[in-house]
Design a protein around this ligand. Structure first.
Ligand SMILES: Cc1ncc(COP(=O)(O)O)c(C=O)c1O
Length: 386
């Protein structure tokens, strides 16, 4: 954790008076206040027009015919398991190098997440490893566009077609990313976005699912609204549903953020580019993979890789003493206590993901991080590494 100004760091009596630099921060401006206030004053706080407007704007942004807003990325992923028909006993091949929700959604439906290893450069699913993990029980592939870097959709599509599998994309970190010149979310697969405040844009809590057909959209709307029937009868429940609705205040916030999204992404790209320059001269730190023709990332976090054998915990503690927040990012899901216990996963099974999990470090990163703070982060990191 970043220190509080003047807080005793507990390190041999050293006091840091440095202003803390946090890991992330939303960028909320006048337009957000305006739309949220308009919604408050309208009295329509749920199931109102802001949700419709947010869905329409997002659908345009990601070039998907339909978008259903939901209460979180996790809720969206869960509903996707329902719409592609995942059932108890099924297997879903997915990545261990992700936030836990991308495989928890499989477990919610009584199915088993089968982890395939990742590519050391992109940190996304390695298609060859996915192919090796497919069994007769496999029903779907669930790639995650980790840290906003697009996953290898073309190769995964070949595998899905060959084996009759669905693809559900976890784009919770990737709104605005492009794969082969098209926005992530436009592929036709159910694709999930998330808007927790550390994301590129936020709705407070919230998420959304992009889909290709009206039927899928209607099913998502029903499932997220207690399984209500299409007839619109308030107390008729046609299927087992949930309360995964996004409220209108959150949608208003999201709509304002979407209106400013190009500006937000441009600011984040600038911050990332500046880190790239500043870190160029720092030994023992590998910067994130550059974009290429096929992969254009929307910057979610700035995660570096430390040299093998680095004392990451010590580095994080030294950064904290200088008022700079940093986090190991991300731990491998198969090594989480619940997954080890429930599925018997253990160390050594997925060496590339495990190596990445041991060496990656998220530095402070958000749309408004200024050059001075970035210089402070890099200076503190250089000292912490020495
Ligand atoms: C890759 C990934 N999947 C799923 C989620 C879950 O989203 P939420 O926190 O909105 O439920 C997140 C975000 O936290 C994420 O980063």
């Amino acid at each position: 954790m970043a220190g509080v100004p003047g807080e005793d760091t507990g390190r041999a009596g050293i006091l840091t008076s440095a202003r803390p630099i946090g890991l992330s921060a939303p960028w909320i401006d006048g337009r957000e206040e305006e739309l949220v206030l308009e919604t408050l004053r309208s009295g329509q706080l749920s199931l109102g027009p802001m949700v419709d407007r947010f869905e329409a704007a997002l659908s345009e942004r990601v070039e998907a015919p339909y978008v259903a807003a939901v209460s979180s990325g996790t809720a969206g992923l869960h509903l996707c398991m329902r719409i592609v028909g995942i059932e108890p006993g099924d297997e879903v091949v997915t990545t261990p190098f992700s936030f836990v929700a991308s495989s928890n959604c499989v477990v919610y439906e009584g199915a088993t997440p089968i982890f395939a290893d990742i590519d050391p450069g992109t940190l996304n699913l390695d298609p060859a490893a996915v192919e090796a993990a497919i069994t007769p029980r496999t029903k779907a592939i669930l790639p995650v566009h980790i840290f906003g870097y697009p996953a290898e959709l073309a190769e995964l599509q070949v595998l899905a077609d060959r084996n009759g599998l669905a693809i559900v994309e976890d784009a919770c970190e990737a709104l605005g990313s492009e794969y082969r010149g098209r926005p992530v979310g436009s592929s036709g697969h159910p694709t999930v976005f998330a808007f927790y405040p550390n994301k590129q844009m936020t709705t407070g809590e919230g998420g959304a699912v992009a889909v290709a057909t009206e039927e899928e959209w209607a099913l998502l709307k029903s499932l997220s609204n207690q399984g209500r029937s299409d007839s619109g009868e308030w107390l008729t429940h046609a299927r087992l549903g949930y309360n995964y609705r996004l409220d209108d205040l959150s949608a208003a916030l999201g709509l304002a953020q979407l209106e400013r999204y190009d500006e937000i992404l441009a600011a984040r790209s600038e911050v990332a580019a500046r880190y790239g320059e500043l870190l160029g001269g720092v030994d023992g730190v590998e910067v994130p993979l550059a974009d290429d023709q096929d992969h254009r990332r929307s910057w979610f976090v700035y995660v570096v890789k430390l040299a093998a054998g680095s004392d990451r915990d010590g580095i994080i503690a030294r950064l904290a003493a200088d008022g700079v927040a940093a986090k190991p990012y991300l731990p491998s899901i198969h090594l989480q206590p619940y997954y080890r216990e429930r599925f018997g996963y253990g160390p050594g099974m997925l060496p590339v993901a495990e190596d990445a999990s041991a060496r990656t470090l998220a530095l402070p990163f958000h749309s408004r991080l200024d050059a001075e703070d970035q210089e402070r982060v890099v200076e503190a990191l250089s000292r912490a590494l020495a």
